[in-house]
Design a protein around this ligand. Structure first.
Ligand code: OSB
Ligand code: MG
Length: 386
């Protein structure tokens, strides 16, 4: 392959696991997290230019099949060997390199694919947001509130979120913690706050009559009430609901977004680049939805400040027209792993860092060293265990 200015030469990859305790346990319908086990990557090219990236897989296979441990294995066994030591035409070519005869493992693939985009941004001397085609300078920000023991506990957090300026408040729901919780929060925050619910596949189509009660609360959307494979049943539910459905887990690539449009399974898409295998796939979903006048927004997976940088860059694209789950560092952590930490203005906006190339924040390597429990290096230097 002839070298062009955009040819990438990924040469060395280091994986680390860090442990980062959440300020408050985060409960969704399928599980609870109190401390994140986060997989971080350091990717260097043959010239020694390096970037940090993050794999969003969780500890348990409750959101999707992947976990930090399956991702660690997938990256070391199959992703790294395809990418390291081989010239790649550009960041947009990495997706196909990782797609050929290699099923699944989107979060593992995305971590390396997105790292390659950041590497390309560093090499070109441009902010990652601009390399991706982003146009926004600020991103409207929402908060995702975990399931609480009582409606009152949720109301308290929703009122604090409103006071902090968040542009959207998302309530996690599950059977037994839904209608009464949403009713209480709506009554407390008033009619003008953008409220939504996210069920993380906690329901079945047999719950349709129950879910229709949520139409009374003026929700902006209900996210992923049914199973990830249930595009047909989501369409049936959408026909019975006035509230728009938003799909998260179900949209794994641009073809699934087209299926959603064809079937009428939802009217909004939550794009998480990790869930869909990276940025090339995210851009394709963004474009499919834009052409159909379907808004998208950027979801979150309780990322550290590193993963957050990638989400913010993606959310700067034009069709990310609804607030993203891109809360500031202090919502999650006593202290983040980047400088400056991510902050939100009083009117609920996060600034896209456009003043430096790459992901736009500095990585606090000393802090990461302190938090690291496992490290492994691949590539030029022989694999080493530290
Ligand atoms: O469904 O959006 C989800 C966190 C973990 C797993 C799934 C989800 C979430 C969130 C967190 O809602 C959003 C955030 O990162 O703030
Ligand atoms: Mg969700």
């Amino acid at each position: 392959m002839p070298d062009t200015p955009t040819t990438l030469h990924p040469a060395r990859l280091a994986l680390r696991e860090i442990r980062l305790p959440l300020k408050e346990a985060f409960r969704i319908s399928s599980g609870v997290v109190t401390e994140r086990r986060i997989l971080l990557l350091e990717l260097h090219d043959a010239d020694g230019i390096g970037v940090w990236a993050e794999c969003v897989a969780g500890e348990q296979p409750n959101y999707s099949a992947e976990t930090i441990d399956t991702a660690w294995h997938a990256i070391t066994a199959w992703v790294a060997p395809r990418v390291l030591g081989n010239p790649i035409a550009g960041p947009g070519a990495v997706h196909d390199v990782l797609a050929r005869d290699f099923r699944g493992h989107p979060m593992a693939k995305a971590a390396v694919e997105m790292g390659c985009w950041a590497l390309a941004a560093e090499r070109a001397g441009v902010p990652l947001a601009r390399l991706l085609g982003g146009t926004r300078t600020h991103i409207a920000t929402g908060i995702s509130l975990g399931i609480q023991a009582t409606p009152d506990a949720l109301v308290e957090r929703a009122l604090a979120a409103r006071a902090a300026g968040y542009r959207k408040i998302k309530l996690k729901i599950q059977p037994g913690a839904d209608v009464e919780y949403v009713r209480a929060v709506r009554a407390a925050v008033g009619p003008d706050v953008a409220l939504m619910a996210d069920a993380n596949s906690g329901y079945t189509i047999d719950d349709a009559d129950h879910l229709v009660q949520l139409d009374a609360f003026g929700l902006t959307m209900i996210e992923q009430p049914l199973g990830r494979e249930d595009l047909v049943q989501h369409a049936e539910l959408q026909r019975r609901l006035a509230t728009p459905l938003c799909l998260d887990e179900s949209i794994t690539d641009a073809d699934r977004a087209r299926d959603m449009l064809t079937l009428g399974s939802g009217r909004i898409v939550n794009i998480k680049p990790g869930r869909v295998g990276g940025f090339t796939s995210s851009l394709a979903i963004h474009d499919v939805c834009q052409a159909a006048d379907v808004p998208v927004w950027c979801g979150g997976m309780l990322e550290s400040g590193i993963g957050r940088a990638y989400n913010v860059a993606l959310a700067s694209l034009p069709n990310f027209s609804m607030p993203g789950d891109l809360s500031p560092s202090a919502r999650y952590w006593a202290r983040d792993v980047v400088t400056p930490e991510w902050t939100m203005s009083a009117d609920g906006m996060v600034a896209v860092p456009l003043d430096r190339p790459g992901i736009g924040v500095q990585v606090d390597v000393d802090r990461i060293d302190d938090l690291t429990v496992r490290r492994e290096v691949f590539g030029e230097r022989r694999a080493a265990h530290v």
